[in-house]
Design a protein around this ligand. Structure first.
Ligand code: FFO
Ligand code: ATP
Length: 192
């Protein structure tokens, strides 16, 4: 029988969490190096990144490596707003954790999502066509929903993942924002 989204999420999260610290470090280095050689990254000045959780690839090393670029971390929306905000982060220690226990900067300039040049998107599973399965709260889909109406507008969305998170084909929902590329420790997928 076909695996449900919830089952696929559970399986992929367990798989990436199960990677040894050695494999995690190797993936982090390979992904950061492949990203930093790609033209969307080289062109970008304002970049959305993420604080890794639950076995996600750790690309925070890029912040130290590229001091001339500006990096921003997602900040969860306060009650009435459905969208993420992105707050400037220079690589320092963060003391505050949000309700999912993910660190967030408490101060610093906030950048509108559409003024970022590039967003490195965390994900649970992806397919080679740019389909993405996230944590299931729809944060990235809602925040970048404007890209469905204006496909060329706003940041390039590049998924970041371990190769083991690749599946043949994900079901597409109407609100899904397709990824323009996905980077893993093994390859760069150009999508769409
Ligand atoms: N590193 C990282 N940061 C991110 C995301 C992400 O996927 N990765 N997000 C991408 O959108 C947003 C956070 N989205 C999240 C959605 C659900 C859960 C979560 O852990 N859910 C629990 C149960 C909920 C609870 O504890 O209340 C779970 O099922 O594990 C975590 C983050 C913003 N920041
Ligand atoms: N543009 C949107 N407008 C309104 N609701 C949305 C929109 N995008 C997503 N949602 C809602 O968010 C819920 C979760 O979507 P989905 O399962 O695709 O999240 P996800 O991409 O896995 O999560 P995340 O982006 O948080 O990692 C959906 O049930 C949907 O109702």
């Amino acid at each position: 029988m076909q695996e449900t989204k919830a089952q696929l999420r559970r399986r992929m999260r367990a798989a990436r969490r199960g990677l040894s610290p050695y494999l995690q470090r190797r993936a982090a280095t390979a992904v950061a190096s492949r990203l930093s050689r790609s033209s969307p990254f080289r062109r970008a000045r304002h970049i959305g990144i993420y604080w890794p959780m639950d076995g996600e690839v750790d690309v925070r090393g890029l912040v130290r490596q590229f001091p001339a670029k500006h990096f921003y971390l997602p900040v969860l929306p306060a009650a009435p707003r459905p969208q993420l905000r992105f707050r400037h982060w220079s690589g320092g220690t963060l003391n505050y954790r949000n309700r999912y226990r993910i660190p967030e900067p408490l101060r610093g300039p906030v950048q509108s999502p559409w003024r970022l040049d590039l967003v490195l998107v965390p994900l649970v599973a992806f397919d080679p066509a740019g389909g993405r399965l996230g944590m299931g709260a729809g944060f990235y889909d809602r925040t970048f929903a404007f890209k469905r109406r204006l496909p060329g507008a706003g940041p390039q969305m590049i998924g970041v993942a371990h190769q083991l998170q690749c599946v043949e084909q994900l079901p597409v929902d109407g609100w899904d924002i397709p990824l323009s590329a996905v980077v893993t420790e093994q390859q760069l997928y150009r999508c769409g």
